[in-house]
Design a protein around this ligand. Structure first.
Ligand code: FES
Length: 105
């Protein structure tokens, strides 16, 4: 485990995307039904910046070829992607959002 502090809880709004650049990759933070989620800002189909896509509830749509993913599970909901999104464990430490960049799944 290697947690990285990425934002304050009040910076991440329900249903909105906050992109944080790290030296490892760019990570999207969002809040869904009060739960903080983190996933890589990369579409697994062909590497598009998925934060430029549309987030509706727990589904994000890639802007390039319109693959859809569930942001809670990473599951592919619509092709052409076949591999799930890369998700990161999140923990809240006080009012800090910390992401475990070593244990991506
Ligand atoms: S790069 Fe995202 S669907 Fe093709």
């Amino acid at each position: 485990m290697a947690f990285l502090k990425l934002a304050k809880t009040d910076q991440v709004l329900e249903g909105k995307i906050l992109v944080k650049k790290t030296k490892f990759t760019n990570i999207i933070l969002t809040r869904l039904d009060g739960e903080f989620l983190a996933f890589e800002d990369v579409c697994t189909h062909d590497g598009e910046i998925i934060s430029c896509g549309k987030l509706e509830g727990e589904v994000i749509t890639c802007p390039r070829h319109f693959a859809k993913f569930n942001i809670r599970t990473g599951a592919v909901l619509a092709k052409p992607a076949t591999e799930p999104l890369t998700l990161f464990p999140v923990r809240i430490n006080g009012d800090d959002i910390e992401v475990d960049y070593e244990d991506a799944f």
